[in-house]
Design a protein around this ligand. Sequence first.
Ligand code: PBG
Length: 344
Amino acid sequence: AGDSPAVERNNAGGVWVKQRARPRRNRKSSGIRAMVRENIVTPSNFIYPLFIHDEDVDVPIPSMPGCYRLSHESMMREVGESLELGVRAFVLFPKVNDDLKTNMGCEAYNPDGIVHRSIRAIKAAYPDAVVCTDVALDPYSDMGHDGVVEDGVILNDVTINQLCKQAVSQARAGADIVAPSDMQDGRVMAIRDALDSEGYTNVSILSYTAKYASAYYGPFRDALDSHPGFGDKRTYQQDPANGREALIEAALDAAEGADMLMVKPGMPYLDVIRRLRDASDLPIAAYHVSGEYAMLKAAVERGWLNEKEVVLETLTCFKRAGADIILTYYAKQAAQWIKEDGLY
Ligand code: PBG
């Protein structure tokens, strides 16, 4: 009763809208969904950024709930626990004391600096861990800039000289991958040549290829106490309005010898990840940055988002957009969730 004359019925008497293609058949059970799933996030895709400092206690970072400036002991524990969960790569970010910061940022290549000591300790305890380092002067700069400053200008070529020393010193300490995040022109080639001439031909370069002048880095600068002392980073980091420009950077980095290309930030720049994926056959990394982490945490704290679901979805979307590698502060937690779920 009440059926309009348009309703058709199948031979069994059920309501039937005649159609052969029914995409829902490929979604009908967890087994089928898993069988046809196009992209899967695994802990081996992650690089886990760790904030470190020269203190005996962990200091929470208020704008990044759940993240800390870690003591040496805690860093070692975090690395060990992450490895157990299948997260094998780490990138170290030092909070440097003010008295070690200068315009030239020479502490960046002090062989006994906190990053260098940490690399040696991690590689000694966990030889299979993949240790990545940030190559840029900002944690060591009294101006909070990624390069050497003169009359309010960030000097490209003078900075590159410093970055080469920094990268070589990190390689000497045992870094597996150096990741220049400074956005100076020509730094990938200069660093490649510097590493090679010192015998570090096996050390990889993960270039921050398309790194945007983004407001999403705020919490990271809180973590390192590295807010720029004047101005902003727009004369070296990319304009968020530009997509094609990322392809220019990608072509240069590939020609200069980069092994992997990074896009940063992540979520608002999925189109850039896709463009690089389509333009290059090199592995692509996405950096799910501090501000993105902070946004998720803030909504989760208010009970507005389900943390596990939203994080695993977000990380999967990076893979779908074309990323092979994901740098995320959620690396260890996500690995734990992936392990809990078991099936994928
Ligand atoms: C600095 C550097 C930054 C980040 C990684 N390396 C900040 C900046 O450029 O100011 C940001 C990472 C994040 O926000 O999570 N060379």
